[in-house]
Design a protein around this ligand. Structure first.
Ligand SMILES: *Cc1c(COP(=O)(O)O)cnc(C)c1O
Length: 227
């Protein structure tokens, strides 16, 4: 199937999942994950109406940012080293992977030069996996309180990657936990706006994520195929 065809199919599945649980499909955004995907394929997706793309690697994202020149917005969904914060603050419209004070400070500092706050999410290691990035749930509140003091970061929600499983239902408890954590933090007014973003769900489990409250789903292979 073409990229346009895949996108259409995913939008249909998103609508079905939203309607199944009484949510408005319009409040759920599709982030097309384009790591290792060529600029030509990204252009093909933009021609089909897709506007936001997720990138994991700074060097690759920087090159694509230049080639796409305003055609697309890029979200960072990979780990950022502190020495790359300046590039990240320049090329991304949202960074979804803030997981420590240092990177928050660096992004804030470099975003000042652009004069427009950077939308940001805190990445939560919801299952406490040893090898995974993300702040532990119990340390989330103090990180959010610190980010609140940074004028050039606009922290709007949380992001997570649950443990990999072939069964999408295995992700459900982790999605639910992220939503409950976000609700708790929202009650303490720790997000920048009234609308709290939950970035969760990938090709295999986005329907479950939508049922659990996702507002951004991150889909790669279901759009672009296997690398
Ligand atoms: C690669 C990636 C995705 C997309 O995964 P698919 O299974 O290809 O949809 C989503 N989120 C993150 C953080 C990723 O690295």
């Amino acid at each position: 199937m073409t990229i346009a065809g895949q996108l259409q199919k995913i939008h249909q599945q998103m609508t079905a999942a939203a309607e199944k649980c009484g949510r408005n499909p319009a409040e759920i955004a599709l982030l097309a994950v384009s790591k290792t995907v060529t600029v030509d394929k990204i252009r093909e997706a933009t021609a089909a109406g897709q506007r936001i793309f997720g990138e994991n690697y700074l060097q690759e994202a920087e090159e694509k940012y230049r080639q796409l020149a305003g055609l697309a917005k890029l979200h960072c969904i990979g780990h950022i080293q502190s020495n790359k914060a300046k590039i990240a603050a320049t090329i991304f419209s949202m960074v979804q992977t803030i997981d420590r004070e240092k990177i928050a400070h660096e992004l804030n500092k470099h975003r000042q030069a652009i004069g427009k706050p950077l939308d940001a999410l805190v990445q939560v290691n919801i299952a406490g996996e040893e090898q995974k990035s993300g702040v532990k749930p119990e340390n989330c509140e103090s990180l959010l309180r610190m980010i609140q003091e940074l004028p050039w970061l606009r922290l709007t929600g949380l992001m997570t990657i649950p443990p990999y499983s072939v069964n999408p239902e295995d992700s459900r408890p982790f999605f639910r936990e992220l939503r409950q954590l976000a609700n708790k933090l929202a009650a303490k007014n720790l997000f920048a706006g009234p609308r709290v973003e939950l970035s969760m769900g990938m090709s295999g489990d986005f329907a479950v994520a939508i049922e659990e409250g996702a507002t951004i789903i991150r889909v790669g292979t279901a759009i672009f195929g296997e690398g």
